[in-house]
Design a binder for this molecule. Structure first.
Ligand SMILES: [Zn+2]
Length: 278
């Protein structure tokens, strides 16, 4: 039987993982679903004491190594060792993920490699999807414009979904940036925070902000992208009203995940034919 393991992120307050699991259960009744606590907490808790310390050190070092050093240069091309303080910072994050702040951008595929190490042998394999939610900011290198871009999802093993990425990765409307710049110019750099909040409110239809109630609804679609990636090889769709649409702009993401909130006929049909519906 195919299995899906969902890992919660205690650092994202408005993430309601049981609701995402319910959505997946409705679409994939032929799968076994399990909701787990945070990825690190779950996998580290089951290790023997000696192994636990060693694993935490190693994972912390690998995560520190995955920090993007320069937005305009591929990490692999930079020769560096993470600093002691950076490794200690990551160590604390592995032990207590609920208290880890976000703000650092990580190379998504290197980050995921550190997580992969924690998945036990008996839970690996193509029949098992591990889907981990995180508040950390993750990016991938884009060869087209030679820089890193923040992402919502890293399709790999495990699939990593960033709640901060929902806010930061898809571009906000150009008009918002123009008005924000105008506001900054008018106030000579000291923007009255209440004006800034009002500006954001005017655009609530067009982009998602921190603490946004639509977060869980939006993440259902990204969870489904992880499912299609892992079991059927293709996470994305060209239909802008399909939850698998690869949105690069906030408005596109809101359209696919909130206004439409459904899969296109082709992908819904794929679920039915795959035996996911039994
Ligand atoms: Zn589709």
């Amino acid at each position: 039987m195919r299995e899906i393991f969902l890992y919660d992120d205690p650092a994202t307050e408005n993430l309601r993982l049981p609701e995402i699991a319910e959505y997946l259960r409705g679409k994939l009744p032929g799968f076994r679903l399990e909701v787990r606590q945070n990825f690190f907490e779950h996998h580290i808790a089951r290790l023997e004491r000696v192994e636990r310390g060693r694993t935490i050190d190693q994972v912390a070092w690998e995560i520190a190594s995955s920090r993007v050093r320069d937005l305009m240069r591929l990490n692999d091309e930079i020769d560096f060792e993470p600093l002691y303080g950076e490794v200690q910072f990551e160590r604390r994050g592995v032990i207590a993920p609920s208290r880890k702040p976000f703000g650092i951008l990580y190379d998504g595929y290197t980050f995921v490699r550190a997580l992969y190490r924690l998945i036990p042998q008996e839970e690996r394999g193509s029949d098992r999807l591990h889907m981990a939610f995180t508040n950390q900011l993750i990016g991938t290198w884009s060869p087209e414009d030679g820089r890193y871009h923040a992402r919502v999802i890293i399709c790999s093993i495990p699939c990593l979904i960033s709640t901060t990425g929902v806010v930061e990765a898809p571009a906000k409307p150009g008009e918002f940036y123009r008005l924000k710049r105008a506001l900054e110019a008018l106030s000579r750099g000291h923007v009255d925070y209440s004006l800034f909040v009002k500006l954001k409110e005017q655009f609530s239809d067009r982009f998602v902000d921190y603490g946004d109630e639509r977060l869980t609804e939006i993440l259902k679609g990204y969870a489904m992208q992880a499912v299609f990636y892992h079991f059927w090889g293709g996470p994305f769709c060209d239909d802008p009203d399909c939850r698998l649409f690869n949105a690069h702009r906030q408005e596109e993401m809101i359209r696919a995940q909130v206004k439409s909130g459904r899969l296109c006929d082709k992908h819904e049909g794929m679920l039915k034919r795959s035996g996911a519906h039994k």
